[in-house]
Design a protein around this ligand. Structure first.
Ligand code: TTP
Ligand code: MG
Length: 351
């Protein structure tokens, strides 16, 4: 049984601004784009959230909800410095740290001997240390896997801790809304609701074949997560060898032109993810994967140092021909990243 901690800083960018300017601490503030040029809010503090202001909301809408909202342009350098500081703190407890973004990470503390191995006490110590050294508050979730730890860190936000011990998992997931499962967005959630599925416990009553027909390979994730199962390891950035996105179609694609349309969407998604992982400089190859209607799959890769759409189109064409007329049930694209030694030589490091 593993012990995973998920740490997520509270209203991160806004918290940095409140720390550095006491006048901001009790009034609603938001970090983000201007009111005139169709800006959007990056984040806001909790007083602003009381008015309904949220991340990714157009600034104009935020100002309607909260006219006295103080808008701050934000300084990414300051947020990056705070991020580096918290990542360094994580590494004092374990080397198994997986950063998810500037303000979030998973830690696998299964083998951490501090505090007699109590993940709860380790999490409290991490929160205390972060506050002492950066003046910022963090929330933490402790659970037997990444999926549950991430949900747990949200339970007592801000500045809170939530521990989900293994013997409480079954009861906890029973009542958990399916949309808490990562990957269940608006669309999937609506499709689930149409089938009468709202909570994790509802999945148990559905025929496996129906789930597979409706959700393709994602059915497996739904079944596992809804039982509180998540065997994904905590992967340190150094171990990450590739970044991939893929899509399983509800109806198999017969035409290459349909594949090309999907490729555009997948490309946008992958591009975004590579940027989020700050991996743009680490790309070594790009590739494509197709799974055919008979479940056979094929992969083609090319050495290349950047994401390149025309090259992916070419690879799609080649891979499609390998199917010799078979319909395609899944398209995936990925980038291969430089190996850890090469990354270290480039000075790539979080610690
Ligand atoms: P989050 O952890 O999603 O949000 P948060 O830390 O501001 O608030 P919470 O207390 O709910 O955790 O994101 C971390 C930072 O990433 C956030 O401070 C600003 C940035 N961000 C954006 O720029 N745009 C976005 O849409 C989101 C969600 C976050
Ligand atoms: Mg946060």
């Amino acid at each position: 049984m593993r012990k995973i901690i998920h740490i997520d800083m509270d209203c991160f960018f806004a918290a940095v601004e409140m720390r550095d300017n006491p006048a901001y601490r009790t009034v609603p503030i938001a970090i983000g784009g201007s009111r005139t040029e169709r800006g959007v809010i990056s984040t806001c503090n909790y007083p602003a959230r009381a008015f309904g202001v949220r991340s990714a909301m157009p600034t104009a809408q935020a100002l309607k909800l909260c006219p006295q909202l103080i808008l701050i342009a934000g300084q990414m350098e300051k947020y990056k410095a705070a991020s580096t500081a918290i990542q360094a703190i994580f590494h004092r407890y374990t080397s198994l740290v997986e950063p998810l973004s500037l303000d979030e990470a998973y830690l696998d503390v299964s083998d951490c001997a501090l505090f007699s191995g109590s993940a709860t006490l380790i999490a409290e110590d991490i929160r205390r240390t972060i506050y002492a050294e950066t003046g910022l508050t963090a929330s933490a979730g402790v659970a037997p896997n990444k999926f549950l730890a991430k949900i747990a860190s949200d339970e007592n936000k801000p500045n809170g801790l939530f521990v989900l011990p293994p013997d409480k998992v079954a009861a906890f997931v029973e009542k958990l809304p399916l949309r808490k499962i990562s990957g269940v967005g608006q669309k999937t959630s609506e499709r689930l609701a149409k089938l009468g599925l709202h909570l994790c416990r509802d999945i148990k009553s559905v025929e496996l074949q129906l789930l597979i027909r409706e959700f393709g390979s994602y059915a497996e994730v739904l079944i596992e997560r809804s039982q509180g199962i998540d065997n994904r390891p905590v992967e340190t950035e150094r171990e990450r060898k590739s970044i991939a996105v893929e899509h399983t179609f509800s109806t198999d694609l017969k035409l290459l032109s349909q594949g090309q349309q999907w490729l555009q969407q997948l490309y946008t998604k992958l591009h975004h993810r590579v940027q989020r992982c700050e991996a743009t400089d680490q790309i070594q190859k790009i590739g494509i994967k197709l799974k055919f209607q008979d479940f056979h799959q094929t992969t083609i890769e090319r050495q290349h140092h950047e994401l390149n759409f025309p090259m992916l189109e070419q690879l799609l064409d080649q891979a499609w021909q390998r199917g010799e007329g078979k319909a395609v049930r899944l398209v995936g694209i990925h980038v291969g990243l430089k190996n850890p030694q090469q990354q270290a030589q480039l000075g790539f490091s979080w610690d």
